[in-house]
Design a protein. Structure first.
Length: 364
C-alpha cells in the first residue's frame, strides 16, 4: 500500500468529523505507519474510529468499533465506544468516596454506581491535539477543579503512537494541583475479524490472560473485596482457550457481569513494569492482538450489552461482537484501602503505558 495515496484506506472523511463542540473544533486524525496501515481517531473523547491492519492473506480490515461521523460519535448508544476514560475508569460504589476526611459524591450513571468518570467524563470532552509526525499525536485536556465531582485541577496528556510493528502505543501523563484520585484507561472495542454487517461474535477467539487472580463482583458490578484464584473457574485464561468455552457457564460471577466484565490482577515481577497482559487470536482471519501494560489490572469485557446498533461504514455491532482490555487500577479502589492506591498528590506525576500489538498467525 503506497503511502503517497491521498485516499485513506480506512474510508473515513475528515469533513464528517469537523464541527464545534464546547467551543472547540473537532476533527479526524490519521496515523499511518511505514507499512501503510492506519489508526484513525477524533479528538472528541480521543475515540478511535479505525485500526486498519492485515489478516493472514494481507487483506486490510478495520478491527475497532466506532462511528464514521462526529454526530454519531457524540450520540453513540455506547457512550464509551473506543474512547479515553477518566477521571476514574470502571465503577465507584454509589458514586461515593472519601479523601482527606471529606466525602465526595459523583454522578450516578450506571445504577446505582458511578462509571468511567461520569456522564461528561473524558470520553465526552474535546481534547487539544498536537501532531508529532505521521505516526504520533499528543492529546491534551485540562480538567477543572470539581469537574464531574472530582477534586483538583488536572492536566492530562495522552500520546497515541502507531509503530511500524503495528503497535498502538498509548502513553498517559497527568498532574494535579490538589490531592485527588485518578484511574485512566482506554476503552477500545476490538473486533479482530474486522467490523462488518453484522460484526462476528467473539466467542471463537482464543484468549490468554496473564493473571492468576481476578476480582469478583456483586450484582451491581462492584468488587466484593475478595481477590480470587482463577484456577477451576471460568476465569482461568492462563492457558489460551476460546472465549466462548465457559462464557455461558452456570456461574454466579458470569451472571453478575452478563458475561466477562471483570478486572484481572496481572502477574507482575515488580510494580509498574511494562509486561505482558493478554493475547487474543481470531482463528478465521489469523489476526492477533497482544496487550502489554504498566497497570496492575486489566478489565476484560465481552461487549455484553450491545444490541446491533450501527457503526462506521455500514457495520453493525451485535451483542458480544467486541472485546475490551481496559488497562487500569482496580474498580472502586477508593473504597478498598488494600487495593493499589489511585491517589495522586501535587508534585507527583501519573504515568501509564499500554501497548496493543497487532499481528497474524498463519497456522490453521
Amino acid at each position: 500500500m503506497s503511502t503517497t495515496e491521498t485516499e485513506k484506506i480506512c474510508g473515513l472523511k475528515k469533513e464528517n468529523f469537523q464541527t464545534t463542540v464546547q467551543g472547540k473544533k473537532t476533527d479526524l486524525f490519521i496515523l499511518q505507519n511505514k507499512q501503510g496501515n492506519e489508526v484513525a481517531f477524533t479528538n472528541y473523547g480521543g475515540a478511535l474510529v479505525a485500526i486498519m491492519v492485515p489478516d493472514k492473506n494481507g487483506k486490510l480490515s478495520n478491527v475497532i468499533q466506532g462511528h464514521d461521523n462526529i454526530k454519531d460519535v457524540i450520540n453513540s448508544p455506547e457512550p464509551f465506544l473506543s474512547t479515553l476514560i477518566g477521571r476514574y475508569g470502571n465503577r465507584i460504589a454509589k458514586g461515593k468516596f472519601t479523601l482527606q476526611g471529606k466525602e465526595y459524591q459523583l454522578a450516578i450513571n450506571n445504577q446505582p454506581n458511578s462509571l468511567h468518570g461520569g456522564p461528561t467524563g473524558f470520553h465526552a470532552r474535546v481534547w487539544d491535539v498536537q501532531r508529532i509526525n505521521d505516526q504520533a499525536a499528543v492529546l491534551k485536556y485540562k480538567s477543572p477543579y470539581g469537574e464531574e465531582g472530582f477534586r483538583g485541577e488536572l492536566n492530562v496528556w495522552v500520546a497515541y503512537t502507531f509503530s511500524d510493528e503495528n503497535e498502538l502505543i498509548i502513553k498517559y501523563l497527568a498532574k494535579t494541583n490538589k490531592k485527588t484520585i485518578l484511574n485512566l484507561t482506554h476503552h477500545g472495542f476490538y473486533s479482530l475479524a474486522g467490523i462488518a454487517n453484522p460484526t462476528p461474535n467473539v466467542e471463537n477467539i482464543i484468549c490468554q490472560i496473564n493473571a492468576d487472580y481476578y476480582i469478583p463482583i456483586d450484582n451491581t458490578s462492584i468488587p466484593t473485596g475478595e481477590i480470587r484464584f482463577v484456577k477451576g473457574t471460568p476465569f482461568d485464561f492462563r492457558t489460551p482457550k476460546p472465549i466462548g468455552q465457559d462464557i455461558n457457564a452456570d456461574d454466579e460471577q458470569l451472571k453478575n457481569g452478563a458475561g466477562y466484565d471483570h478486572c484481572f490482577v496481572l502477574n507482575k515481577k515488580e510494580e509498574g513494569e511494562l509486561s505482558f497482559a493478554a493475547k487474543v487470536t481470531e482463528p478465521v482471519s489469523g489476526r492477533t492482538m497482544e496487550v502489554y501494560t504498566t497497570e496492575p489490572g486489566v478489565q476484560f469485557y465481552t461487549d455484553n450489552w450491545a444490541d446491533g446498533y450501527a457503526g462506521q461504514n455500514g457495520a453493525t455491532f451485535p451483542r458480544r461482537s467486541a472485546i475490551s482490555f481496559e488497562a487500569q487500577h482496580f474498580p472502586d479502589t477508593p473504597n478498598h484501602p488494600y487495593f493499589p492506591s489511585v491517589e495522586l498528590n501535587p508534585g507527583e506525576e501519573y504515568h501509564q503505558k499500554t501497548i496493543y500489538k497487532f499481528g497474524v498467525e498463519t497456522k490453521s
